[in-house]
Design a protein around this ligand. Sequence first.
Ligand SMILES: Cc1ncc(COP(=O)(O)O)c(C=O)c1O
Length: 400
Amino acid sequence: MSQARNRTATTSTLAALPLPPRGPGAFSLDPSWDFLNHGSFGACPTVVREAQRRVNDELEAQPVRFLVRELPDRLDALRLRFGAWLGADPAGLCFVPNATTAVAAALSAAPLRPGDRILTTTHRYNAVRRALDVVAAERGAVVDEAPLPARVSDPAQLFAALFDRVRPETRLLVVDQITSPTALRLPVERICAEARARGLLTLIDGAHAPGHVPVDLGLMGPDWWLGNLHKWLCAPRGAALLWVAPAHRASTHHPVPSHGRDLGLHHEFDWPGTFDPSPWLAAETALALHEAWGGPALMEDHAELAASARALLCAALGVEPPVGEAPGLRCAMAALPLPLPPEAAMPLHHALHEACFELPVQGVLGGCWLRVSAFAAYNRLEQFERLAALLPGLVDRLRG
Ligand SMILES: Cc1ncc(COP(=O)(O)O)c(C=O)c1O
């Protein structure tokens, strides 16, 4: 094959994709449901799925050329794009399929010795707690959980609740940027700065953060940070990022050892065995769409809608909002504890499904917590009004 032929057909077709206007029409969501759970798995716009299809078409035209000769350069270019967006040095940026993999990779490098303590919060994600238990058992470390306050009006309360539980043996803080069951946004920049000053390591679980709140890793300065791209950035599922500070790059390993083991972060993470890179490559279109729809303005619209939803639901149920409106607390989800026991979570969830509402209801933290997501491109205030009209009757029925 001549060199000229070798060079043909290697340019990505993604740049040519026209981006749709912001609105429900950009998604494929079933209109018979009130889909108020963007936070769990996102919802992937049709243009992003088209981008993924095009990546797969390019891949299938010459799988070896694509995977062996083109993919490394494409991932380098993608790292530059995402690094610029997140204020992150691309040398520390790795693509992973999900936040869970990123947590396992980061914990592989945590220099924990017998007797060391890991501090997280009572609002941490369950899968992350399980990963902490595994690493703690392996290294003889102990996991502590700082209880977060039931009512929060100032991010400083969250900061204080965490550092209140730091002990002399505490070595690593594992902190959510936005908590999953309770939608609390933690002041991670301040937490990382304080941790650095005290010689503590930080693993920031930003699973919910990309596309949801502004992220500047240069400013934050964590030891490890991770974020899902499939949630609020609307990338295909299978796209997430791990960022590693320079001091840990040689010791952080992909949980699956492969050809690139010990050859550097990008060698390890870019080839975790044969895989489908299309979610990562199509994430670039998701980022272009996020920016075309307003970027920071879109995120602010999500937060505004979530604040309205919280006010509506709290008024309907006659409960105090658990989270105030301080700028540092604003985010695109609102959670509230219902006047029900934890065991009511499952029947309430089912009752909401019967009425075609999709949102998580969980028996956690000793209560029954409901969470709504507000994705301003397709969620509308009327959906939260409908929920607010339905909920008091369902809660009364379950109180029995
Ligand atoms: C705070 C937090 N951490 C980690 C995860 C795990 O994400 P994944 O299932 O994509 O690995 C989630 C998922 O929702 C989460 O909310």
